[in-house]
Design a protein around this ligand. Structure first.
Ligand SMILES: *Cc1c(COP(=O)(O)O)cnc(C)c1O
Length: 349
């Protein structure tokens, strides 16, 4: 195998969905957010595994992503589009039976005029100031819109990963003010919101990152292993430097392995001289700078040269590696490179 291998454990994703589903009451549905190619893990296989686990509603960011999910799942499951009904998307929304979450008066007008009778939901802005219909607009349009029968009223929390943040309660109160008495299904919680407790669960939750082994779902099963092939090794003498800029200099006779993978594959330069790779249970320090396609690793202490070294796996998950690189698990996952050979593992439930 000449390129790096990204192994994706579909059973772990299914188990994570089930465990998030169990965190809410029996009347609460659990959807699955599979935007950005299922957080970089391959939406076709991931969506099928989640549907098999029991997910019936899927969320994506854009209509094009919705098309991929519909293709993977066929008719039946709901595919909701968070960016709503954008100009030019009408045909796709109609033909592939996508359910746009309308975000503005403009989108509401577009949808009701272009596709009267076609399913939709409404996204409300309760304080994040990113997407959604705002309070005053909502008060003006709600009486007409509620008659058209939205399938869902939803909003998104800005600070759900900080349980004590005052904006959580404020957004919850605003969501109640905007939706109480409508009698319609409601959704406020993503992964972080599920962990905030039942007051945030309403009728439907929308976990994404927690399915894929990321924080804030602390109990998540690890989902990805990323193995980088050893291309070459060399011995360096004390005083010799390794890599661009000579940022690492050997202090003892050392064996350096050069492995395939670099910042072009989503392994950021900020990991230079900081991260560790693993040979089974043995950590090996990354030395020198991460370059575009290559990383150099000190393997002096290993009894023999391994065929590959793991930079993501049971010893170092996406959040741990992200922290070393100064980013978050979400960004680490969605940056996972196109060059990796993606291998989806599934034993079946
Ligand atoms: C991305 C997203 C989610 C999923 O969030 P996670 O934190 O990954 O669980 C849910 N709802 C909306 C509106 C989103 O944009």
């Amino acid at each position: 195998m000449s390129t790096a291998t990204l192994t994706i454990d579909l059973d772990a994703i299914a188990a994570n969905w089930r465990s998030l589903d169990r965190m809410t009451g029996p009347g609460v549905q659990t959807a699955a957010v599979v935007k950005a190619d299922a957080y970089g893990l391959g939406v076709t296989r991931v969506a099928r595994a989640l549907a098999h686990a029991g997910a019936r509603r899927f969320f994506v960011a854009y209509a094009e992503e919705g098309a991929a999910v519909r293709q993977a799942l066929g008719p039946g499951p709901q595919v909701a589009v968070l960016s709503g009904h954008m100009a030019g998307d009408t045909e796709m929304i109609h033909d592939l039976d996508l359910t746009p979450m309308l975000n503005s008066l403009e989108q509401i007008t577009r949808h009701l005029e272009a596709l009267p009778g076609h399913a939709f939901g409404v996204q409300l802005d309760t304080g994040m100031n990113r997407l959604g219909v705002e309070m005053l607009e909502w008060q003006a349009v709600a009486p007409i819109l509620l008659e058209a029968g939205p399938e869902l009223l939803m909003s998104h929390l800005a600070c759900a990963d900080e349980s004590q943040h005052p904006l959580n309660e404020a957004q919850l109160a605003t969501f109640h003010a905007m939706t109480d008495g409508t009698g319609l299904p409601r959704s406020l919680a993503a992964t972080g919101g599920i962990l905030l407790g039942p007051r945030y669960h309403f009728d439907l939750t929308r976990p994404g990152v927690g399915l894929f082994g990321g924080l804030p779902h602390v109990a998540a099963h690890p989902v990805v292993t990323l193995s980088l092939p050893v291309i070459q090794t060399r011995e360096v003498e004390p005083g010799e430097a390794v890599g661009y800029g000579c940022t690492w200099v050997a202090e003892r006779p050392s064996v350096i392995a050069t492995v395939g993978g670099g910042y072009a594959d989503g392994l950021p330069r900020t990991l230079s001289n900081k991260a560790r790779l693993w040979d089974g249970d043995t950590p090996c320090p990354l030395v020198g700078r991460v370059s575009m396609d290559l990383i150099t690793v000190d393997i002096t202490h290993l009894p023999e040269v391994p065929r590959s070294l793991d930079i993501l796996g049971p010893h170092q998950g996406v959040d741990a590696l992200a922290e070393v690189g100064g980013t978050i698990g979400y960004e680490m996952l969605t940056s996972l490179g196109r060059r990796y050979q993606r291998r989806h593992q599934e034993r079946g439930a």
